[in-house]
Design a protein around this ligand. Structure first.
Ligand code: ADP
Ligand code: ZN
Ligand code: ZN
Length: 739
C-alpha cells in the first residue's frame, strides 16, 4: 500500500511513500505523518491511499504518524478535496491556504493574568483591612460578574493591579489564573457580560423554525432575509447558545472583522473565552497556535473572515454566514479561488450541520436558491423595537451640478439642510462617497486625454494631501502634470469627486463640526478601523465620512442621517453584477440611519434618478429589484440561471496572451452544452504591465463539474498547459467580478 503525501509548507506536490505494515490501519487521508524527503525530515499530510504507484524509482517508507492532534478531521478533509476539484487547484495548495505555516510549532503566547473571586470570599472580607483601599476597589469590580477579569483591565482601580490581586490571593479572597494572550483587535478578552437574550415575537418565530431543523442534526441550508436593524445578530446568538448546549460548535463568518466589529464583539460578550477570533491581523504564530487549540477542542466558537471556514473547529453544528452577499468572501488573488459561502455549504454537508446565510440584501444567487427551494427561507420584516425604516429622498444632481447659483456642487440643498438640522439636534451623520482620493479624473479640455497609469489601463486619482496622482491598481504614484502629454495643452482640469474632496467641502460648510474620514488611506495602521469607529461611536465625531467600508453592519444609536454623495459610482462598470452592487450599497447604507428610537432619513444623490436599481433601492422595493434583476439575468443566461466561470490570461507579451486565449477557446468549443464568450480583452486591459484577456464560460446548472473535469484531463495529458510562453492562466469558477 502507498500513501501520497503532500507538504503544504514548502510546495504543493505530492510524493508516494510505502506504508509499513504496522501503520496500514492508521494511515488515511488527512493524517499528519513524518517522512524523509531528499535528505531531510519533513512533516506532511496524507492525501490519498493507493494500491500501486506510477512512480518508477525506489520507494521510501513512511517514518511514523506525527501526532494525531495535527491530523485533519474527515469532514474538513472532504471539503478540501471538493475545493481541489471544483477550483482546479492541487490539494497541497488548498492545504497551504488552510493550514497556517507554523501549525506544528510550539508557540508560547505571552501569559496574562486573570482574577476571580474564590467561592467563599465573603467569609474572608474582613481580612482586607482598612488601609487597603485598592483591594476594596478591586473587590467591588469583581462582585458583579462570575467570570475571571483580566488584571490589566483593573488599572483604573490600582496602579499595579497584579500586585494588589496577589495580596488578595494570599488572603484567600481571589484566585489568579494564567491565560495565553493572543492579539485581539478589540481587546475583548475581558469576560462576557452574560446578557440574557430576549427575542421579539418575530425573532422568536424565526428562531423556533431554525431550531426544529437544527435539532434534526442534518445538513440544512437556511437563508435569513432580515431588514437592516431587525436584529439578525440576536438570532445568531440565541441559536448559537442552543447549538452549544447540544454539545456542538459554531463557526461564524463575517466579511472582514475590522469592519464588522459589532458581531464579533457581541459573540465575545455573550460567550467569553469560548470564542476564538481568526483574522488577517494575527501573526503566523498566533494563527498556528489558534489552529492547534481548535484541534484540541479548546474553543467552541470561532468568528472570522473568509479563511475561518477552513479552520479545524471540531464537532461543527452550525455555520453562520453574515452578510452573505459580500464579495470579500471570494478569494480572487491566489489559489484556490474559493467562495467562503459556497465552501461553508459543502463543509456543512460533510459535517451534517446547519448553515445560516443572512443578509438584508441577499445575493441574487441565494435569493434564487430560496425561491427554488434549495434553501429554506426565514424572514425578519421589521426593525427591532419601535424603530421605523428611514425615509429615503432621491435628489437629481443635474439640477445642482449645472446650476451656477447652487451653494455647493457636491452637496445638494436637501443634504445641506438635513446636515444642519441634525447638527443642531446633536445627532450623528454618515456620509458615503464610494471613491477615495481627491478627484479621479485629470483631463485635457482640448483633446479629451485622461491621465492614466503607464502600467495599467486605468485613470489616475489625484490625492491632495500628498499632491500626486496615484494608480489604485498598482499603487504607483506620479507627479501632477501641467501639460497634456498628447497635445501639450495647459488647459487641464481635475474632475470627479473622491472622499478627500467631500471632506474639504464638508469642512468648508461645517468648520466647527468634528468629522472623521474612513477609507483605505486612513486605516493603514493596525487597529485604525477600530479606533475610528470607536471615536464615532462615543460621539467624539459627529460626521463619519467614508467609502463602502462604512456601509454595512454598523449600528450606532444616534445616527439619523445618511447621505450618499454619488449613488452612480460603479453603475456603468462593464460587469453584469454592477447593478446588484449599487442596489445593495444604497440599501445597506441607508439602513444605518434611525435604527433605534429616533427616526432616520437617507438622502441619495444621483445623476441617474431613473435608473431602476437606484429607484428600487431608494424606494426600498426589494421584491421589484429581485424580479427585474432575475428577468434580466434569465434573458442573458447569466447566474443564477447558469454557472459562470472565467479564464483569465495575462502576460507581458500581448500577442502571446491573445494566442493562448484562442487555443483555450478552440478546445472548449468542442465541448457540448457550454456557451463561450470571448476571448476578449478584459475591461481593465492592463495591470502592472500585464496584458489581460479573458474567456467567460456559461455552464448548465445541472452539471457543475463538467468544465473542471475537462480541463483537469486536458491539463493532465498536457494538451493544455498552465503557464505557457510566460502567459499566466487563472481558472476562476463563479467570479464575483469580471473586470
Ligand atoms: P441587523 O444586523 O439585523 O441589521 P442588529 O442585530 O444590529 O440588526 O440589531 C439592531 C439593533 O437592535 C441592535 O442595537 C440590537 O442590539 C437591537 N436588538 C435587536 N434585537 C434585540 C433583542 N431581541 N433584544 C435587545 N436588543 C435587540
Ligand atoms: Zn490634450
Ligand atoms: Zn497602475
Amino acid at each position: 500500500m502507498f500513501a501520497s503525501v503532500s507538504f503544504p509548507l514548502q510546495q504543493f506536490r505530492s510524493f508516494d511513500y510505502k506504508i509499513p505494515d504496522h501503520l496500514i490501519q492508521m494511515v488515511k487521508p488527512g493524517v499528519c505523518v513524518n517522512v524523509n524527503l531528499g535528505n531531510s525530515h519533513r512533516i506532511g499530510f496524507v492525501t490519498a491511499i493507493r494500491e500501486s504507484s506510477v512512480f518508477k524509482g525506489e520507494f521510501k517508507e513512511l517514518t511514523s504518524i506525527r501526532d494525531d492532534k495535527l491530523s485533519i478531521p474527515e469532514e474538513l478533509w472532504q471539503t478540501f478535496l471538493w475545493m481541489s476539484q471544483y477550483y482546479l487547484t492541487p490539494i497541497g495548495k488548498v492545504m497551504k491556504s488552510a493550514i497556517p505555516l507554523s501549525f506544528s510549532n510550539e508557540y508560547k503566547p505571552k501569559i496574562e493574568y486573570y482574577v476571580q473571586l474564590t467561592p467563599n470570599w465573603k467569609t474572608m472580607v474582613d481580612d482586607i483591612g482598612i488601609r487597603a483601599l485598592a483591594q476594596k476597589k478591586v473587590l467591588n469590580q469583581l462582585v458583579d460578574g462570575d467570570e475571571p477579569v483580566r488584571t490589566s483591565n483593573l488599572s483604573e482601580f490600582a496602579s499595579n493591579p497584579l500586585n494588589v490581586c496577589r495580596a488578595m490571593e494570599k488572603k484567600g479572597l481571589v484566585h489568579l489564573i494564567k491565560r495565553p494572550k493572543v492579539y485581539d483587535p478589540f481587546d475583548l478578552m475581558a469576560p462576557g457580560k452574560k446578557l440574557e437574550i430576549k427575542l421579539s415575537d418575530e425573532q422568536q418565530n424565526v428562531y423556533e423554525e431554525l431550531i426544529v431543523a437544527q435539532s434534526a442534526g442534518r445538513f440544512s441550508p437556511f437563508l435569513l432575509h432580515g431588514v437592516t436593524g431587525s436584529g439578525k445578530t440576536e438570532v445568531y446568538l440565541k441559536l448559537a447558545q442552543k447549538v452549544i448546549a447540544d454539545g456542538k460548535s459554531v463557526l461564524v463568518l463575517v466579511p472582514e472583522i475590522s469592519l464588522t466589529p459589532q458581531v464579533a464583539k457581541k459573540f465575545r460578550n455573550t460567550f467569553g473565552d469560548k470564542v476564538a477570533l481568526w483574522h488577517s491581523a494575527m501573526t503566523r504564530a498566533e494563527k498556528g497556535w489558534t489552529w492547534q487549540q481548535l484541534k484540541e477542542g479548546k474553543y467552541t466558537i470561532i468568528v472570522g473572515a473568509r479563511s475561518a471556514v477552513l479552520t479545524p473547529l471540531a464537532n461543527l453544528g452550525l455555520i453562520i454566514v453574515d452578510e452573505e452577499q459580500e464579495s470579500s468572501y471570494k478569494q480572487e488573488n491566489s489559489h484556490p479561488f474559493y467562495h467562503a459561502r459556497d465552501v461553508a455549504l459543502i463543509r456543512a454537508k460533510q459535517a451534517q450541520a446547519m448553515v445560516l446565510m443572512a443578509s438584508a440584501t441577499p445575493s441574487l444567487d441565494s435569493y434564487y436558491n430560496g425561491i427554488n427551494g434549495k434553501y429554506s427561507v426565514v424572514n425578519l420584516t421589521k426593525r427591532y423595537g419601535n424603530a421605523t425604516y428611514p425615509r429615503v429622498v432621491l435628489v437629481d444632481m443635474k439640477n445642482v451640478a449645472f446650476n451656477d447659483d447652487a451653494e455647493s456642487k457636491i452637496l445638494s440643498p436637501e443634504l445641506l439642510n438635513e446636515i444642519r438640522l441634525k447638527i443642531d439636534r446633536d445627532e450623528q451623520i454618515i456620509i458615503l462617497q464610494n471613491r477615495r482620493g481627491y478627484s479621479h479624473v485629470h483631463q485635457c479640455i482640448d483633446c479629451g486625454e485622461i491621465a492614466s497609469c503607464e502600467r495599467c489601463s486605468v485613470s489616475l486619482t489625484y490625492h491632495k494631501i500628498s499632491n500626486n496622482m496615484i494608480c489604485h491598481y498598482c499603487q504607483n504614484s506620479y507627479n501632477l502634470k501641467d501639460t497634456c502629454k498628447l497635445c501639450n495643452s495647459e488647459n487641464l482640469k481635475l474632475t470627479g469627486t473622491g472622499t478627500q474632496k467631500v471632506e474639504e467641502e464638508l469642512r468648508k460648510f461645517f468648520p466647527d463640526v468634528n468629522l472623521i474620514r474612513m477609507d483605505q488611506d486612513t486605516v493603514r495602521k493596525r487597529g485604525a478601523h477600530h479606533l475610528i469607529l470607536e471615536k464615532f461611536g462615543n460621539g467624539e465625531a459627529q460626521i463619519l465620512l467614508g467609502t463602502q467600508m462604512i456601509a454595512k453592519g454598523l449600528d450606532f444609536e444616534n445616527v439619523t442621517l445618511v447621505g450618499i454623495i454619488n449613488a452612480d459610482s460603479g453603475l456603468f462598470l462593464p460587469d453584469f453584477r454592477a447593478g446588484e452592487r449599487i442596489f445593495q450599497l444604497i440599501y445597506q447604507v441607508s439602513g444605518r440611519a434611525g435604527r433605534h428610537k429616533k427616526p432616520g432619513i437617507a438622502i441619495v444623490q444621483t445623476f441617474n434618478p431613473n435608473d431602476s436599481n437606484i429607484l428600487c433601492a431608494s424606494k426600498m422595493d426589494i421584491k421589484k429589484f429581485y424580479n427585474q434583476c432575475l428577468s434580466d439575468r434569465q434573458e442573458l443566461m447569466y447566474p443564477p440561471f447558469s454557472r459562470l466561470s472565467r479564464i483569465l490570461f495575462s502576460g507581458l507579451n500581448k500577442q502571446h496572451v491573445n494566442e493562448t486565449a484562442y487555443i483555450y477557446q478552440q478546445k472548449l468549443e468542442s465541448l457540448p452544452d457550454l456557451t463561450i464568450l470571448g476571448p476578449a480583452p478584459a475591461p481593465i486591459e492592463r495591470i502592472k504591465h500585464y496584458w489581460r484577456y479573458h474567456i467567460l464560460i456559461k455552464q448548465p446548472l445541472d452539471n457543475p463539474m463538467i468544465l473542471q473535469k475537462y480541463l483537469h484531463q486536458q491539463l493532465h495529458t498536457n494538451e493544455l498547459k498552465l503557464n505557457t510562453k510566460g502567459v499566466k492562466i487563472k481558472f476562476i469558477p463563479d467570479p464575483v467580478t469580471v473586470l
